[in-house]
Design a protein around this ligand. Structure first.
Ligand SMILES: Cc1ncc(COP(=O)(O)O)c(C=O)c1O
Length: 394
């Protein structure tokens, strides 16, 4: 096999997943080495003075980090990628790298809650103001929210917990007309079923902790940008001293090689379970854009080539005791944060506590489900028994 970098543009999506980052391997070994490095020695004074060697210091990159960075950049369709120690670190780093005191940002009301907390806390303290908006806003209404100092529109689509699908190309157009950047939290399909740069995004961020790693055993985040934004982002990223550990980076690249087969199965299982949940009396609504009956389905069909296994349901009003009767005795669904791993998870949520642009006034409880790679019949049996316990308790 040639060690030459393939022309990724000409390759299919699945081939890219397998081939990207492979030129950073050595000695015929299929995967890159896990380089534990701080000091990297220079061969002579000239290379030290003129920085002619590819690797200069552990924090600034090794063959391990370059391999996985390139793999993510190819998959996202962006110029290049850098890693941070978690998805949230990637979000805060990207925003701090690109914003300054006096700037204003527009943030979708359905972003991951800690992204809001970062905007309301650290960004506010730095004199950067945030306005929250309905991610289903029309382009004209978004344009009205733009101020002379609006530097960024930050979106997550589908939204956290309630899975609203935004019209990203239309909103990106508005942002660009006003010299603002469109930044997307693109974690939901791990950039496999959604190509952010084809949709007008300038920066795509992922919690690689989820599907890229895929096995619930590492925390990582990625920032990928266009060629135009890269110099500004990368210089600031280096100034901030960000990097990630080699073992976790290796796990991420290893996870990525099977992303296609995992995501296909996550989606297949999630569709079966979501469809079944629509028939349950205890369930008020299922929020899963891949379901034809779900809001956002048309935009999902237009912009995505698949869905992940993460969706949520809204339960008809029930007591806290009924919810506990269901969740305390699940056999297969674990009660825990995060998602994107191979195992099924369930977590209660209530957007009423934090949404501001579109206040959530619906009585009841939300349950977010990470549908894993188990047999869907077993997952349905677990949910059925849980919903029956809930109904019995009332
Ligand atoms: C959509 C989304 N973005 C970002 C994050 C943050 O990722 P991490 O937990 O790796 O910090 C999460 C975590 O759940 C998430 O759901």
């Amino acid at each position: 096999m040639s060690s030459k970098k393939p022309d990724f543009e000409k390759l299919g999506e699945r081939t890219r997943l397998i081939a990207a980052g492979r030129e950073f391997t050595n000695h015929g070994i299929v995967n890159p080495g896990v380089f534990h490095a701080s000091t990297i020695l220079f061969p002579d004074l000239d290379s030290y003075r003129n920085l002619t060697t590819p690797y200069r210091y552990g924090r600034r990159g090794t063959p391990t980090s370059r391999a996985v960075e390139q793999a993510v950049a190819v998959l996202e369709g962006g110029h290049d990628t850098r890693f941070c120690s978690s998805g949230m670190a990637a979000i805060s780093t990207a925003l701090l790298c690109l914003l300054k005191t006096g700037d204003h940002i527009l943030m979708g009301d359905t972003v991951y809650l800690p992204s809001r907390k970062f905007a309301d806390g650290i960004l506010t303290n730095l004199g950067i103001e945030t306005t929250y908006f309905d991610p289903l806003i029309s382009p004209a209404a978004l344009a009205e929210l733009i101020r002379p100092n609006t530097r960024m529109v930050f979106l997550e689509s589908p939204g956290s917990q309630t899975f609203e699908v935004a019209d990203v190309p239309a909103l990106a157009d508005v942002a660009h007309k006003h010299d603002a950047l469109l930044v997307l939290d693109n974690t939901w399909t791990a950039c496999h079923f959604y190509k952010p740069f084809e949709q007008g995004c300038d920066i795509s961020i992922q919690a690689a902790t989820k599907y890229l790693v895929g096995h619930s055993d590492a925390m990582l985040g990625t920032v990928t940008t266009t060629k135009e934004i890269w110099p500004q982002f990368h210089a600031a990223y280096e100034e901030m001293g960000q990097c990630a550990g080699p073992d976790d980076l290796y796990l991420c690249l290893r996870g990525m090689r099977t992303l296609d087969v995992r995501l296909e199965r996550h989606m297949k299982n999630a569709l079966v379970v979501a469809e079944w949940l629509t028939s349950r009396a205890e369930v008020d609504e299922v929020f899963y854009p891949a379901l034809p009956s779900s809001p956002g389905h048309a935009l999902w069909q237009r912009d995505f080539t698949g869905a992940s296994g993460l969706f949520s349901i809204w339960l008809k009003p029930c007591s806290e005791e009924a919810l506990a009767a269901m969740l305390d005795h699940m056999q297969l669904f674990g009660l825990g944060a995060s998602w994107g791993g191979y195992e099924s998870l369930v977590l209660p949520f209530n957007p009423a506590k934090y949404r501001t642009a579109v206040p959530w006034i619906r009585p009841g409880h939300g349950l977010r489900l990470n549908i894993g790679l188990e047999d869907p019949e077993d997952l349905i049996a677990d949910l059925k028994a849980g919903l029956e316990r809930l109904a019995k308790q009332g």
